[in-house]
Design a protein around this ligand. Structure first.
Ligand code: ZN
Length: 242
C-alpha cells in the first residue's frame, strides 16, 4: 500500500493537479486529505469536487470550517477573511454541507490524520515547536500521525524516553520504538520559503515516508487569483512560498 498524503490545497487547482499526477506516476494506491481544501486561491469548487470524487478519507481544516458557515471568520487576518468571503459566495449549499460534515480527526489503517493538533483539534492551534508537538503526542494512539495547518513540512519524533526531536524529513525510515508526528507541507500555498507544491508518500509496505516537492504552473494560478478580484498579495505570496 502506498498513500498519497496531501493537504492545505487552498483552492489551488494547478498545484493539486500536479500533486495528483505525481502521486499516480509514483504508483500511490490510496489517497488521504488533511483538509483546507478551500480558501485563499481561485478554484475552491474545482478542488472540492476533485477531492470529493476521490472518495478518500478527509479531515476538516479551519478554512473548510469557515467557508461552510455564515459566522464571522474570527481569528482570521484581513487577507484570509477577504478570501473566505469570496469563497463562500462561490460554493453552493451542498458543497458547504459536505465541508461541514468533515471530521476533525480520523484513523486510516494504522495511522491518524488531523489538520491542526491532536490535543485540541477543534481549536486550530499551531504546532511550531517540540513543546507543541509533545502535547499532540499525548493524544496520539498510533505510531504515525500526519497533520498540516502550518504549511511547512516538518517531522517530530518521540523517542522511547518520551523526549521529542525534530528529524530531517526527505526520506524518513520509521522505527518501531518511535512515534512520528509529520507535517506534509502545503499543496497550494507553501510557507517555508519554497514555492514548490508539497505532499508526502507513505510507503506502508516498506516503512518509510517520502517528502515530495513539485514545480507547477504558478503563473496560471496567479492569473486566476487576479481575474477573480482576490487580493494581489495572495498571488504574490505563491511565488515566494510565504
Ligand atoms: Zn491551511
Amino acid at each position: 500500500m502506498r498513500f498519497c498524503i496531501f493537504g492545505d490545497i487552498h483552492a489551488n487547482l494547478e498545484a493539486l493537479q500536479t500533486v495528483l499526477a505525481d502521486a499516480a506516476k509514483n504508483q500511490c494506491t490510496h489517497y488521504v486529505c488533511l483538509g483546507d481544501i478551500v480558501g485563499y486561491n481561485a478554484n475552491p469548487r474545482e478542488c472540492l469536487n476533485l477531492v470529493r470524487d476521490m472518495d478518500c478519507p478527509v479531515v476538516k481544516g479551519n478554512h473548510d470550517e469557515m467557508a461552510s458557515r455564515e459566522a464571522d471568520p474570527g481569528g482570521f487576518n484581513a487577507l484570509a477573511e477577504e478570501a473566505i468571503s469570496w469563497t463562500r459566495a462561490q460554493l453552493p449549499p451542498e458543497d458547504k454541507e459536505w465541508l461541514r460534515e468533515l471530521k476533525f480527526v480520523r484513523q486510516v489503517r494504522d495511522f491518524t490524520i488531523v489538520h491542526a493538533t491532536l490535543d485540541t483539534p477543534t481549536k486550530w492551534g499551531y504546532v511550531f515547536n517540540q513543546l507543541d508537538a509533545a502535547a499532540s503526542f499525548n493524544y496520539q494512539h498510533t505510531q504515525l500521525c500526519f497533520y498540516g495547518h502550518t504549511h511547512s513540512p516538518r517531522c517530530y519524533v518521540r523517542l522511547a524516553d518520551r523526549s521529542v526531536q525534530v528529524a530531517p524529513f526527505e526520506k524518513l525510515r520509521l522505527e518501531q520504538s518511535k512515534k512520528y508526528f509529520i507535517n506534509v507541507g502545503s499543496v497550494g500555498q507553501p510557507r517555508d520559503g519554497d514555492w514548490h507544491a508539497s505532499y508526502a508518500i507513505y510507503h506502508a509496505d516498506r516503512g518509510y515516508v517520502e517528502l515530495r516537492r513539485l514545480e507547477y504552473d504558478i503563473q496560471t494560478a496567479q492569473q486566476k487569483i487576479l481575474a477573480a478580484g482576490l487580493p494581489l498579495r495572495l498571488a504574490e505570496r505563491l511565488a515566494v512560498g510565504k
